[in-house]
Write a protein that binds this ligand. Structure first.
Ligand code: 5GP
Length: 218
């Protein structure tokens, strides 16, 4: 995949910022990011496509865009995904067009994707900020996975094995947040978004607007 004029290069004023959040399964990232986007204006959570079956309580078009494996593969073939991955035997991917539409519209977007997807976004050279959410420990992650009692023993073992590989990637991200308690963790995420929004490259228009009021002929 190639880096495009719209998505590559440096930050552009007026264009939304791209955030990536990765975390091992069971870390509670969906709860965190749902709270984050509810309380931060101008920030949206991306809705991924997946080939996995709908779980109880989930809604098509709300939690994910649920499509068949064949439909997913057809989308892969025509390059419709910015990134995609096979996670626990199911496909998950981020639509290239949906991402572009939100960013071009000036809103910031959070992709909640696994480490394979995050690596693809990095390889594309897209301007983004990557945040890794760590559980407080392996034992607490295991407790949380057992607590939600959705998975078989074998699935829990598999998720813990995958988590071990994923946490090894944490130091390649820009920020790390430990999900010990929800509220303080959301607060730290809000701080990261605020810091990224205040970067000089993002503030060029504001800087010009204020500095020109200091001109003697203003
Ligand atoms: P779940 O099936 O539990 O909702 O999600 C399983 C895993 O898939 C999570 O680690 C989640 O971050 C990841 N995931 C969800 N959407 C995407 C996506 O669009 N791309 C990638 N690469 N991973 C995703």
């Amino acid at each position: 995949m190639s880096r495009t004029a719209e998505t590559g290069g440096t930050a552009k004023p007026g264009r939304g910022q791209l955030f990536i959040v990765s975390a091992p399964s069971g870390t509670g990232k969906t709860t965190l990011i749902e709270r984050l986007v509810r309380t931060v204006p101008g920030l949206r959570m991306s809705r991924s496509y997946t080939s996995r079956p709908v779980r109880e309580g989930e809604q098509d078009g709300v939690d994910y865009q649920f499509i068949s494996r064949a439909a997913f593969e057809e989308r892969i073939a025509r390059g419709a995904f910015l990134e995609w991955a096979d996670v626990f035997g199911n496909y998950y991917g981020t639509s290239r067009d949906d991402t572009e539409r939100v960013l071009a519209g000036g809103e910031d977007l959070v992709l909640v994707i696994d480490v394979q997807g995050a690596r693809q976004v990095r390889a594309l050279g897209l301007v983004h900020t990557a945040v890794f959410v760590l559980p407080p420990s392996a034992a607490i992650l295991e407790q949380r996975l057992r607590g939600r009692s959705r998975d078989s023993e074998e699935q829990i073992r598999r998720r813990l094995d995958v988590a071990r590989d994923e946490v090894a990637d944490a130091s390649s991200y820009d920020y790390v947040v430990i999900n010990d308690e929800v509220d303080p963790c959301v607060e730290r995420l809000r701080g990261i978004v605020a810091a990224e929004r205040a970067r000089i490259a993002r503030m060029r228009d504001e800087i010009d607007r204020v500095t020109c009021t200091f001109r003697s002929d203003a």
